[in-house]
Design a protein around this ligand. Structure first.
Ligand SMILES: Nc1ncnc2c1ncn2[C@@H]1O[C@H](COP(=O)(O)OP(=O)(O)O)[C@@H](O)[C@H]1O
Ligand SMILES: [Mg+2]
Length: 247
C-alpha cells in the first residue's frame, strides 16, 4: 500500500477549457517522499492538491490516503493526516500569528470544545512551533504586519499543529525574496528528512525543484506528462502543449 494513491481522477467537463480540469490522473506516492508538482498556469496543480484534502468534487476516480478512500465519512480523519499550505498562505490577516496557528486545530475540535477557548496545551504547542520556525518575536503580531516569508512560516505552523503525516504546499515561495524562499524550502526539507513528512509542493522554479525534490510530476492540461527524477526538467517543459502554444 502506498501512502497516497490516486486512481484515474477526473473532474466534471469544464466548457471554458473544453476538457475536465483533472483529466484521468493516476499517481502513487510513498511515505517520506519529497515531490514537486510542476506545470504552467492552469495545468491543474492546485486542483490536484485540493483534491487530496477533499476540496474538489470528482466525476470519476478515487483517492486513498493510507489505504482509506476519501469520502465524506472519512474526510475528518484524513484531514488530520494531511496538512495544506494554500497558495498565498490563506491566513486570517487580522488575527495574530498564534491565533492563526490555532485555527489549524479547528477542523479537529468540535464547535463546543472551541467555544470555551483553546486548551492551554494547544497554545503552548502553537507557541513552540512558531519559536522553532524563528518567529518568537512575532507570536502576538497581526499577520497582516508580517513579511511574506514570516506569513508563510505561520501557515506552516498552522499546518503542523495537527501533526500531519503529509504536507501539501501550493506555491509556498511564490513572491518571496531569495533568502525567505531558501528558508521556507529548508524548513520543508527538514520536515521531510527529520520528521519523515511526505511533502508535495507546487513550485515554478525548476532549479529549486531539482535542488530539493527527489521526484517531479509535471502536469499539462490536466494530465500527468512526466513523473520521475528531477534531471533535466527544462526539457520536459519545452514539450508541453501550452508551452509550444506560447513560444
Ligand atoms: N472551481 C473552478 N471552476 C471552474 N474552473 C476552475 C475552477 N478551479 C480552477 N479552474 C480552472 O481550472 C484550471 C486549472 O486550475 P488550477 O488547478 O488552479 O491550475 P494551476 O494551479 O496549475 O495553475 C484553470 O484554467 C482554472 O481557471
Ligand atoms: Mg495553482
Amino acid at each position: 500500500m502506498k501512502q497516497i494513491e490516486c486512481h484515474n481522477l477526473e473532474t466534471a467537463y469544464a466548457a471554458s477549457l473544453n476538457r475536465p480540469i483533472l483529466n484521468k490522473i493516476s499517481l502513487e506516492i510513498e511515505q517520506g517522499e519529497f515531490v514537486v508538482l510542476l506545470g504552467l498556469n492552469g495545468a491543474g496543480k492546485s486542483t490536484l492538491l485540493r483534491s487530496l484534502v477533499g476540496l474538489v468534487s470528482l466525476e470519476k476516480g478515487n483517492i486513498y490516503i493510507n489505504g482509506l478512500e476519501i469520502t465524506t465519512q472519512t474526510l475528518p480523519k484524513i484531514r488530520q493526516d494531511v496538512g495544506m499550505l494554500f497558495q498565498g498562505g490563506g491566513l486570517i490577516r487580522q488575527l495574530s500569528a498564534i491565533d492563526n496557528v490555532l485555527c489549524g486545530k479547528l477542523g479537529i475540535r468540535t464547535a463546543k470544545q472551541t467555544l470555551f477557548g483553546f486548551p492551554k496545551r494547544d497554545r503552548q504547542l502553537a507557541q513552540e512551533l512558531l519559536e522553532q520556525l524563528g518567529l518568537k518575536e512575532q507570536i502576538y503580531q497581526r499577520t497582516s504586519l508580517l513579511s511574506g516569508g514570516q506569513q508563510q512560516k505561520v501557515a506552516i505552523a498552522r499546518a503542523l499543529i495537527q501533526s500531519p503525516q503529509i504536507l501539501l504546499a501550493d506555491e509556498p515561495i511564490t513572491g518571496l525574496d531569495v533568502v525567505a524562499s531558501q528558508q521556507v524550502m529548508q524548513i520543508l526539507s527538514e520536515l521531510n528528512t527529520q520528521e519523515n513528512l511526505t511533502i508535495i509542493t507546487v513550485l515554478h522554479d525548476l532549479g529549486i525543484a531539482a535542488e530539493y525534490a527527489q521526484r517531479a510530476i509535471v502536469l499539462d492540461t490536466g494530465k500527468v506528462v512526466y513523473d520521475g527524477k528531477c534531471d533535466n526538467l527544462q526539457s520536459h517543459f519545452t514539450q508541453l502543449k501550452d508551452y509550444k502554444k506560447m513560444s
